[in-house]
Design a protein. Structure first.
Length: 615
């Protein structure tokens, strides 16, 4: 049976134990009971719903070989595993097809992959649960209501993930008949699927039995009304975005839904985390990503890491040579570094509208009002012909030091504080031939405990699926697209205030909507570094057949020591300029291909094209 068909209907009942499955209608998850007996048992009813949570992805460093693939493919990061000839380098070279691509291929248990199969499998289980829960044995009626609402939130989450990875997909909220051949199944426009996600979550919000946040750590896998609001916020924003809206103007819809989500969350004490506890971190923002459950940062987290997802110590998977790391992992790009504003002025380093004068990003268009330090470049006659970076890491947005390790940064190696040096023969020098050293001149600092290194092994910060800052910027973006800058700009400024900027500074006094759009997109980039947002943002802001131009070329910063002075030179990473740094900038990489066997069978049964553009 075709996998798509197998994973959507209830005909193939999935195991509760996830160890085996059966295609027989009268065989149940444990292989012994009938389905009637499952729904007659309180414990089995609960176990069936629990199994629906099994396919929530781990994300973070849990893609192929501990790389955060979305960050590696975006213009924020570069994978130093390129020398291994596997992982992101395949996408950089444009390799991959509908039968084998780095996101879908199962390499090793524990890595996120096979989204098409896994998410449809879980949706089928949820539909089966919802079709039976009304008559199932439960602990109480209030418990039945809570489980029903949670199942709807979880279904919305899986559909949201499917749309982000594949675009247009069917909406199936029923259990098909066993003899259904699915000839009538059609892909629905992505915006309709996303609106369906919103509807599921809004129904769940009406259930008072579902808590707003999880207070008991034993329930950390459970869905909440906070998560429902976060899904409403993201799904409605994506529905209105260029890639998903199919020409429909849905910005008022997105703005209204985001307003509701924002206000509900705020009324239930979700807020930005602003009070730093540990002075080893330069800001509350830095501390936000390393605290354990119960930490005050929980005020901002809406959906955090799952307890069974072991957090890798970053010294190992995203570390530095000075800490005896196994690999450098995904490292920040110069394009990302350029986005952090000068702290004292609040001004961008580069011009908002045209940050670079050339497509290679080697000629930055510096903002003369930023206060960023430059050195004149003179010709043989002493005439100034340009400028170069002079002291690039001084006086930047607090988030910069929280996420980027650069030449001159200090880190702990054991109990000793050490200075990172990336120049030639430095302790973390730039190299292009080993996985342990940076390609760009930078290393990642996000999610790292301040003391994390080989001599003090510990789990670093876990993944945050949803947080309040995202809802704030989702709302701000939707408001801007509706021309409501009075709503949007205070939200942006509140985020920037936590990053160290004066709250009263108005960077858009003339109410320029185009400038506000650029500002919120830039703010999303600096706020959500390595949280996957940049990958999906770049795609949703462009049409399906448009190349993702900002990802075409990647640059780094080479540091040269001359006595006590340093010279800074920008350079292309992964390219001589004759070809793009990443061929994954091409339009086909908006979405993953539907697995070949699936698309082929579906096209045979339905008579319409199913495969995504370019694959």
């Amino acid at each position: 049976m075709n996998k798509f068909i197998k994973y959507i209907p209830a005909a193939a009942l999935l195991v509760i134990s996830a160890a085996s499955c059966s295609d027989e209608l009268d065989v149940t998850p444990d292989g012994r009971l009938t389905m009637d007996e499952v729904w007659a048992s309180v414990d089995y009813t609960e176990s069936f719903l629990s199994a629906c949570f099994d396919d929530i992805p781990s994300k973070h460093v849990n893609y192929y070989w501990f790389d955060n693939l979305p960050s590696a493919l975006s213009d924020d990061g570069w994978s130093c595993d390129d020398v291994e000839g596997v992982g992101p380098i395949l996408a950089y070279k444009g390799q991959g097809n509908a039968e084998n691509n780095l996101f879908e291929t199962h390499y090793l248990d524990g890595f996120d992959c096979e989204y098409w199969k896994r998410y449809w499998r879980s949706i089928r289980k949820i539909n089966t649960f919802l079709a039976n829960v009304d008559e199932a044995a439960v602990r109480s009626e209030s418990h039945r209501q809570r489980m029903t609402a949670e199942a709807k939130i979880l279904r919305a989450y899986y559909y949201l993930e499917l749309v982000k990875w594949y675009g247009d997909i069917p909406i199936i909220k029923y259990v098909p008949d066993v003899d259904d051949d699915f000839a009538d199944v059609r892909r629905e426009p992505a915006w309709k699927v996303l609106q369906s996600c919103v509807e599921d979550c809004e129904e769940a919000l009406d259930c008072p039995e579902v808590p707003w946040r999880i207070a008991n750590l034993s329930e950390r896998n459970r869905m909440t009304r906070g998560i429902a609001c976060a899904i409403i916020s993201q799904a409605s924003l994506f529905a209105a975005s260029k890639l998903y809206c199919h020409g429909e103007n849905l910005w008022k819809y997105a703005c209204d839904k985001n307003k509701k989500a924002y206000e509900l969350l705020k009324a239930n004490d979700f807020r930005l985390y602003t009070e730093r506890i540990d002075e080893h971190y330069n800001s509350a923002y830095a501390e936000l990503f390393v605290g354990s459950p119960g930490y005050p940062a929980e005020s901002e987290r809406i959906m955090g890491a799952r307890p069974e997802s072991a957090n890798q110590p970053n010294y190992w998977v995203w570390g530095m040579p000075i800490q005896n790391n196994y690999r450098a992992g995904v490292v920040p790009t110069q394009e990302l570094v350029d986005c952090f504003d000068v702290l004292s002025t609040g001004q961008p380093v580069l011009d908002y509208r045209q940050p670079y004068k050339d497509e290679y990003h080697l000629e930055p268009n510096f903002n003369p009002n930023s206060g960023y330090k430059l050195t004149d470049i003179k010709d043989e006659n002493g005439n100034v012909k340009g400028h170069r970076d002079s002291d690039p890491y001084k006086n930047r947005d607090l988030r910069f030091e929280a996420v980027v390790i650069h030449n001159g940064s200090t880190v702990f190696v054991g109990d000793q504080e050490s200075v990172v040096t990336t120049f030639e023969d430095g302790n973390c020098e730039l190299r292009d031939n080993v996985r342990t050293h940076t390609r760009t001149g930078y290393y990642n600092n996000k999610f790292r405990q301040w003391y994390s290194c080989a001599n003090k092994r510990t789990a670093d910060g876990g993944w945050v699926y949803f947080r309040f800052a995202e809802v704030m910027l989702n709302y701000a973006e939707a408001a801007i697209e509706c021309g409501d800058l009075a709503t949007a700009m205070p939200l942006i400024n509140e985020i920037r205030h936590r990053a160290g900027f004066a709250p009263e500074v108005d960077l858009n006094p003339k109410g320029d909507v185009d400038l506000a759009r650029i500002m919120v997109r830039k703010e999303r980039r600096t706020e959500f570094v390595f949280e996957e947002h940049r990958f999906f943002d770049n795609r949703r802001w462009t049409a399906n057949n448009e190349n993702i131009e900002c990802e075409k070329y990647t640059t780094g910063m080479k540091v040269t020591r001359q006595g006590r002075r340093y010279l800074y030179d920008r350079f292309l990473v992964g390219s001589t300029g004759a070809a793009p740094s990443k061929l994954s900038y091409e339009a086909k990489w908006h979405f993953l291909p539907i697995p070949l066997s699936e698309s082929t069978t579906l096209e045979e049964k339905t008579g319409v094209k199913w495969q995504n553009y370019g694959w």
